[in-house]
Design a binder for this molecule. Structure first.
Ligand code: S3P
Length: 441
């Protein structure tokens, strides 16, 4: 059923247009997942506002319902979670379906490895191709018992082990999902769990642990938690997702005459690589107002069209913009000169191989690229032609190529777009309201 849906939706983008006015993008996906997870494990009732009603976060919500947690909503972004406490989850009576969502599967692997019951995590055709040994291996070092299918892929069969022990571990790759899985397992482990990251990645789990009253010690790239601390319910305001804002930031930069305001966007410094990269390319970006809500920084952003220049992307910005490269490649194709990205091999194991799939799509629109094992070289300034692009069911590829139409010479057709609903429900209507000529069939 979902595979039929995935291959059928096509976006038709008509060239031209500019982005103006004021918009608000849906809630942050990473924070929405974590709000359900920690709210479920807390003592008391957690009220969430601004929750992302996208398929990925809803998959996490449905998993917790199957684990016996009472959750009301979502209704206009409001969710009420009746926490069951650290030890209150119930054995599910079926496999837990994570859909397209790597965040659900990896974080749940850590959390469920520490329960006194067995369960199985499954997902859709894309998710079942993604690497899970990166979470299974370190969890086994904590005493967990998990089995993957061949090649370390899902489904994940978890044999509950309520006696995990703390771990001192250096992550072999920059991954907030793996870090978070280990921190969640660490909530249950005997003693201390000490995780060191090769590069700083998004820290929403650490911030939310603190919000729920679990002490987290952070020194540079090392994070420590001690098992056995209970969580206490706390209200959560989910900010707008900067990864969803990214498409509009790029779209406004590349379409002459654009002047767009984006309200209440999350600007956690572990997520703002997109702003830094666009600024290095010459973008006209302003932070108009900034504030903190529930331990997360937010801002209203204003972006105006301006000619961009190609750059070599600083590698230290890569993990801070990891989900934004499909959009940034569109900006690079419109920029004057060459853009070089390296140190981004992780892009190959996202919802699609985002290096190859973007290179293929850019080529279909007449842009010359050179594919590297860990990045991409894009020759900018040639202008997008007309053509058909395959998104391979990857939401961020589909939305990125929609923005390319703003400065294309002819129509762009984007195939396999239904998964946009995983992270950005209402994308087509919001994009049209802002000035894109886009329709779906
Ligand atoms: C996420 C972490 C990142 C990111 C994903 C969401 C998270 O994945 O790409 O969209 O919420 O922790 P990795 O940990 O695989 O880099």
């Amino acid at each position: 059923m979902s595979e039929m849906k995935d291959t059928m939706q096509v976006y038709h983008a008509t060239p031209g247009g500019r982005l103006t006015g004021t918009i608000r993008v849906p809630g942050d996906k990473s924070i929405s997942h974590r709000s359900i997870m920690l709210g479920a494990l807390a003592e008391g009732v957690t009220e969430v506002t601004g929750f992302l009603e996208g398929e990925d976060a809803l998959a996490t919500m449905n998993v917790f319902r199957a684990l016996g947690v009472q959750i009301e909503g979502p209704e206009q972004g409001r969710v009420t979670i009746h926490g069951v406490g650290l030890h209150g989850l119930k054995a599910p009576d079926m496999a837990l379906d994570c859909g397209n969502s790597g965040t659900s599967m990896r974080l749940l692997a850590g959390l469920l490895a520490a329960q006194p019951f067995d369960c199985t995590l499954t997902g859709d055709a894309s998710l079942t191709q993604r690497p899970m040994a990166r979470v299974a291996d370190p969890l086994r070092l904590m005493g967990a018992r998990l089995e993957t299918a061949a090649g370390g892929r899902p489904p994940l069969k978890i044999y509950g082990t309520p006696e995990l022990h703390g771990l001192t571990y250096t992550l072999p790759m920059a991954s907030a999902q793996v870090k978070s899985a280990l921190l969640l397992a660490g909530l249950y482990a005997q003693g201390e769990t000490v995780i060191t990251e090769p590069e700083v990645t998004r820290d929403h789990t650490e911030r939310m642990f603190e919000g729920f009253g679990v002490p987290v010690r952070r020194e540079g790239r090392t994070i420590r938690v001690t098992g056995g601390h209970g969580l206490h319910a706390t209200p959560i305001e989910v900010p707008g997702d900067i990864s969803s804002a990214a498409f509009f930031l790029v779209g406004a930069c590349i379409s002459p005459g654009s002047d767009l305001r984006l309200q209440s966007v999350g600007v956690n410094p572990t997520r703002t690589g997109i702003l830094d990269v666009l600024r290095l390319m010459g973008a006209n970006l302003e932070i108009e107002r900034s504030w903190i809500a529930g331990g997360e920084p937010l801002a209203d952003l204003r972006v105006r069209a301006t000619p961009l220049r190609g750059i070599t992307i600083p590698t230290e910005l890569v993990p801070l913009a990891i989900d934004e490269f499909p959009a940034l490649f569109i900006a690079a194709a419109c920029a004057e000169g060459r853009t070089i990205l390296r140190g981004a091999a992780e892009l190959r194991v996202k919802e699609s191989d985002r290096i190859q799939v973007m290179a293929d799509g850019l080529k279909a629109l007449g842009i010359y690229t050179e594919v590297l094992p860990d990045g991409l070289i894009i020759e900018g300034g040639q202008g997008f032609g007309s053509g058909t692009v395959e998104s391979h069911g990857d939401h961020r590829i589909a939305m990125s190529f929609s923005m390319a139409a703003l400065c294309a010479q002819g129509p762009i057709e984007i195939r396999d777009c239904a998964n946009v609903a995983t992270s950005f429900p209402g994308f087509v209507s919001l994009a049209c309201a802002a000035g894109l000529n886009l329709n779906a069939s």
